[in-house]
Design a protein around this ligand. Structure first.
Ligand SMILES: Nc1ncnc2c1ncn2[C@@H]1O[C@H](COP(=O)(O)OP(=O)(O)OP(=O)(O)O)[C@@H](O)[C@H]1O
Length: 588
């Protein structure tokens, strides 16, 4: 054993604090001797065996060292786990080698493991030099080289590879010194090659990583650029939005003015059209005339030309009918007067009478048909006359109203045309300039002549109506949107606008409503009433009548006018409520 080798051993031994090391060494040597002798046979002299024993110890170390060198270089952390697996499978022989390796790593700290390996390799070279000429072991060396290379390269792959390494290591015990030396020479070249390859691949990897980093940096730069572009765009859009909002704010009064001007223009046109239609219809259907009787001037209705003509035509038909009836009577009388005539004469006369009678009958039937048609026409005219009278009243009320000059109430509601006038209120069609929808503005006017008590009572009623009505949200109940004061004697409630007629007008226009239509109207009203009675605070309407059922543009029926309604108190019990309020409901 060379000095280096001894030194190496001693250094290894000194690193070990384990006192049982000499015993282990002895065991190891004994094992090696056993293995070598079994491999080389028992013919060799004990000296040669000893020499071989000494020489064979070195390759095992160097082999293990080279393995540990590779493992250390590859991954130091993995070395400990590899050693563990060696411990499990390799017994004491391998434990020794790995313990050394581990201690070397721990003891040397940053000191490269290669030094240890090189020292071991040098020692081996010195030992194996005289044995070099053994040509017969060439094949084995190759195998060894491959085996080692394999075990080295697969070291990092797991414990199975370690097992292989151990097997290879065990097999390397048997070859001669020349084989070992050659194997080391052979080993060092692939290692260099390996390291060169490793380095090249690492360099390539570094280069590719650098390229990736550069690409990522470029991406980042682009992203930053994009972010800043977007931020700029955002700022620009925010500015634009602000400008638009400012402009919108600036334009709002102008826009409101423009909308209300347009609405006023349309309403004015509608007013004109309504008045023109009234004039035309009144020519046809009639007008209100003034009759002076002494000092008393009273208003009376004068039928229009169409009604006059119809009535005249009906009178004519009546006269014609009477004339025919008279002729018929005379015919029958003549026939009874000529009762003593001969048979032949009498039969001819009878036949004439019968024919004449048939003519009269047929004339009467045609008069009746004509009369019926004229009567239907007159009914239609009467309906139109009723509408005309209502429209005339509305126009008169509109003309007499102090709200007929297209005011904008509460800076929001543009008053348009009068829809109708109730007992104490005027209802105007309006336009909500904020929500942009048509509404009905009900203007409650307190009579200036009323006593203070009466005014207060009226206001209480109106406020109660508002408080009840504002909580009602149902498809068949007219919505109440708003309430506000106009002046000391007037306030306004803003209601959902119903563009259709009220049920009263419908029933007047169609005296015999088809059952199907009547049923669907009733169903809708009942749905509204059921809603009023299913709430926590039940409500009695108290003024349900056709005039308080309105239709929207789609024909949906809605209950309105909660001015007389009452909330059913909880403590009423089964007795019901007494109708105490004076004038509750509508008299008729
Ligand atoms: N929400 C509405 N939408 C459309 N028209 C309405 C609306 N509310 C009321 N009207 C119309 O306005 C007119 C007057 O209604 P208002 O409720 O003031 O009077 P009324 O019910 O006839 O009388 P009173 O309230 O004294 O019983 C009616 O012809 C009605 O058709």
């Amino acid at each position: 054993m060379s000095d280096d080798m001894l030194l190496h051993f001693s250094s290894n031994s000194s690193n070990q604090s384990d006192n049982s090391l000499p015993t282990k060494m002895a065991k190891l040597e004994a094992r090696l001797v056993g293995k070598v002798s079994s491999a080389t046979g028992s013919q060799q002299p004990p000296q040669t065996q000893q020499l071989q024993q000494q020489q064979q110890q070195q390759p095992v170390w160097s082999s293990l060292s080279s393995a540990s060198k590779f493992v250390s270089a590859e991954d130091l952390s993995e070395a400990s786990s590899s050693s563990d697996s060696d411990d499990e499978n390799g017994g004491e022989f391998l434990i020794q080698a790995n313990t050394l390796k581990r201690q070397k790593i721990q003891g040397d700290g940053n000191l490269p493991v290669f030094e240890h390996v090189e020292a071991a390799t040098e020692g081996t070279q010195k030992i194996v030099e005289p044995m070099e000429s053994k040509a017969s072991s060439e094949g084995n060396r190759r195998k060894q080289g491959r085996g080692r290379g394999h075990s080295v390269s697969s070291r990092g792959r797991g414990s199975r590879a370690n097992d292989q390494t151990k097997q290879t290591s065990s097999s390397t015990v048997t070859p001669s010194n020349g084989q070992l030396e050659n194997s080391f020479h052979k080993d060092s070249r692939p290692k260099e090659q390996f390291w060169t390859d490793q380095r090249t691949s690492l360099e390539e990897e570094v280069t590719s990583l650098r390229a990736k980093v550069a690409a990522l940096e470029e991406d980042l730069r682009k992203c930053r650029q994009e972010v800043s572009d977007y931020q700029n765009l955002c700022r620009q859009l925010e500015k634009e939005l602000k400008d638009i909002k400012d402009y919108d704010q600036q334009m709002k009064p102008k826009r409101t003015k423009m909308i209300s001007d347009l609405l006023i223009a349309v309403s004015k046109a509608e007013r004109q059209e309504a008045r023109m239609k009234v004039r035309q219809d009144s020519l046809r259907l009639g007008n209100v005339g003034v009759i002076r009787a002494g000092t008393v001037i009273s208003e009376t209705w004068e039928d229009g030309q169409a009604l006059k003509d119809l009535n005249a035509h009906l009178r004519q038909l009546l006269e014609a009918k009477e004339a025919v009836e008279r002729q018929r009577k005379q015919l029958k009388k003549r026939q009874s007067d000529k009762g003593d005539a001969s048979d032949a004469e009498s039969s001819a006369q009878e036949e004439d009478v019968l024919i004449q009678d048939e003519i009269y009958k047929s004339r009467l039937a045609s008069i009746k048909r004509e009369e019926e048609s004229l009567l239907r026409e007159r009914d239609r005219c009467e309906l139109d006359k009723g509408r005309l009278i209502r429209e005339m009243k509305r126009i008169r009320d509109e003309d007499g109203s102090r709200f007929n000059n297209f005011q904008i109430l509460n800076n929001r509601y543009a008053l348009l045309n009068l829809l109708g006038k109730g007992g104490f209120s005027e209802v105007y069609k309006g336009y909500d300039l904020v929500e942009h929808r048509y509404v009905a503005c009900k203007l409650h006017g307190l009579n200036a002549q009323w006593s203070e008590d009466k005014k207060q009572s009226y206001i209480r009623h109106a406020i109660r109506e508002y408080n009840i009505h504002k909580t009602l949200v149902h498809h068949h109940i007219v919505r109440l949107w708003d309430i506000f004061e106009i002046d000391q004697n007037t306030f306004c409630t803003v209601l959902e606008y119903c563009s259709g007629k009220d049920l009263d007008a419908v029933l007047k226009a169609t005296p015999v409503l088809p059952e199907k239509e009547a049923r669907i109207i009733i169903v809708q009203i009942f749905q509204g009433l059921v809603y009023l009675n299913k709430r926590a605070q039940k409500i009695i309407h108290y003024d349900l009548k056709p005039g308080n059922v309105l239709f929207d543009e789609l024909g949906v029926a809605k209950v309105t006018d909660f001015g007389l309604s009452k909330i059913v108190e909880d403590d009423v019990g089964s007795q019901g409520m007494e109708l105490t309020s004076q004038g509750a409901g509508t008299y008729w």
